[in-house]
Design a binder for this molecule. Structure first.
Ligand code: GLC
Length: 537
């Protein structure tokens, strides 16, 4: 058995999260960009229609939008594109009024180059805030201080001609890296967290959480060997080097401890989930902290990185569960605003299995907006790309997974503007909330049904995970158990029908047939690519 019964009572352990990318969710003023008022108008959909418990809202802070809000120019104000501070406060209130929770993005690694801190830092080498960012002298030939490359491509250093030094930027030149080794920066950034916690937010998704500290000596990264096996997707130019010195420096843990101390002082029991792209599981798990005193959870991207076969998924799931420290808790996700959408990656039948899997594993699920409809990535001509990563390296373009949410068959898909900032998906007339609600076999109704059963099932919410002996070949099967409740999940990941021997039970959900509810005594039959959730009374 992996993962024992029960949890330690934090709200976020039994919650289902939903990520909103606010630019693309709902546009209340018709300017083409989604906004906070738009989010407020859709809260009933989230709490009542879909039935999720918590929202992660991507950045809405003041920003020149070089990276669409991940370049923050004022952490404690709202960008006019999204509304104002009063609307953000009302949003927090409205979320809570519906019994849901709200977490915000906490962008630790960098600010915008338009942030007043950076304005001051770049004025002179002796500025009081010079050391708030990472400045280094050029090499004797004028070139950057080392060979580090930015995630988005090109060198990770930009020359400031006025002061003759380079500043470091892990992402865009418009996103200078903060210096987390400077105690004033730590204090200022912890104040940012306090600002939002004081306003009642329930925690943070921590952006680029493992990247905030790097080798203080700034040693060159070695080039990638020819036989290098990528642990994750093709990262383009970034993959030219092994990131020995610019990723996951061990000092980063002290910053996460400091951050956690702040969170732990608040009565709402705030949580943090950190964006940790680390695929060595022991290292990944180190972000919980030895005393569980760092991130509440590192984001678990391992299912996204896993191959899509029963055996690979099972190995991945069990490896993750084995690596969580005692008392720790994990999460599962298949998508976010940086990744090709689930239904595009694996196709619709498999996306249905993925939904059943993610919502029934032991851990906190994170649904990316629109995945509950089976939304797919959009395509656009290269000259229309808005994503800076896509502009630099088109095959890594993230616009496709950020298209406007599909609410209805109306020409604007119910998004709120006929000319949204990114093109609507061509399938929006048939794939949208309105149409799918009326269709019992839709992806949306599948999500709703699983979520409803999950809410009433202690086994699914916090029970143990036990691999089932019938988990072999193309079948993935596991049991979830609490003192009072047992559920079995069986997924057929093949084109062939399967008969699986399971102790007597009733089919509660089938990913392919919404009418299936039969009781069976000896075994359950699965059609190709069908998954079932079984209850045992
Ligand atoms: C994270 C975000 C991504 C952003 C980057 C820089 O990876 O998820 O969207 O571009 O950080 O902030």
């Amino acid at each position: 058995m992996v993962g024992s019964s029960g949890n330690n009572g934090h709200w976020w352990q039994t919650a289902v999260f939903y990520q909103i990318y606010p630019l693309s969710f709902a546009d209340s003023n018709g300017d083409g960009y989604g906004d906070l008022e738009g989010v407020i108008s859709k809260l009933d959909y989230l709490s009542s229609t879909l039935g999720v418990d918590a929202i992660w809202l991507s950045p809405f802070f003041k920003s020149p939008m070089a990276d669409w809000g991940y370049d923050i120019a004022d952490h404690t104000d709202v960008d006019p594109l999204f509304g104002d501070l009063a609307t953000a406060e009302r949003l927090i209130e409205e979320v809570h009024r519906r019994g849901m929770r709200l977490i915000l993005d906490y962008v630790m690694n960098h600010t915008s180059d338009q942030h007043p801190w950076f304005d001051e830092s770049r004025t002179s080498r002796t500025s009081a805030k010079r050391d708030w960012y990472v400045w280094r002298d050029p090499k004797s030939d004028g070139s950057p201080p080392n060979n580090w490359v930015s995630v988005f491509g090109g060198p990770a250093w930009a020359l400031d001609s006025e002061t003759g030094q380079y500043y470091r930027h892990t992402f865009l030149p418009e996103q200078p890296d903060l210096n987390w080794r400077n105690p004033e920066v730590v204090d200022a950034m912890l104040d940012v967290a306090r600002f939002w916690l004081d306003r009642g937010v329930d925690g943070f998704r921590v952006d680029a959480a493992h990247q905030i500290m790097k080798d203080p000596e700034g040693r060159d990264n070695p080039p990638t060997p020819h036989d290098y096996v990528r642990p994750w997707k093709d990262m383009g130019e970034f993959d030219r080097f092994v990131h020995l010195y610019d990723l996951g420096h061990s000092d980063v843990h002290s910053a996460h401890r400091r951050f956690r101390e702040v969170l732990d002082l608040y009565p709402q029991d705030p949580m943090s989930v950190g964006e940790i792209h680390v695929f060595d599981l022991s290292e990944w798990a180190s972000y919980y902290g030895e005393k569980l005193d760092q991130l509440s959870m590192p984001f678990n991207f391992h299912l996204m990185a896993s191959g899509w076969g029963a055996a690979e998924l099972r190995v991945t799931i069990e490896a993750v569960l084995w690596h969580i420290p005692v008392g720790g808790w994990t999460n599962w996700t298949f998508g976010n605003h940086d990744e090709i959408r689930l239904a595009t990656r694996v196709g619709e039948p498999a996306a249905r299995l993925a939904a059943l899997l993610m919502l029934t594993l032991r851990g906190t699920p994170f649904i990316y907006y629109g995945d509950e409809l089976g939304m797919v990535d959009t395509e656009e001509p290269v000259e229309d790309i808005k994503d800076p990563w896509g502009i630099n390296q088109p095959f890594l373009n993230r616009d496709g997974c950020r298209s406007p949410m599909q609410w209805s068959a109306a020409p604007d898909a119910g998004f709120g503007s006929n000319e949204p900032w990114l093109p609507l998906a061509p399938d929006h007339e048939r794939r949208n909330v309105e149409v799918e609600l009326a269709d019992p076999s839709s992806m949306l109704n599948l999500y709703r049904k699983i979520l409803e059963i999950r809410r009433g099932s202690p086994a699914l919410r916090f029970g143990s995970y036990l691999s089932h002996p019938e988990s072999r070949g193309d079948v993935l099967a596991y049991r979830r158990e609490s003192d009072t409740d047992t559920k079995t999940v069986v997924l057929n990941l093949s084109d062939d029908s399967q008969r699986v021997r399971i102790s007597p039970g009733r089919v509660l959900v089938s990913t392919s047939d919404p009418t299936r509810t039969e009781f069976f005594a000896e075994g359950v039959d699965l059609s190709p690519y069908e998954g079932v959730l079984i209850g045992h009374d």
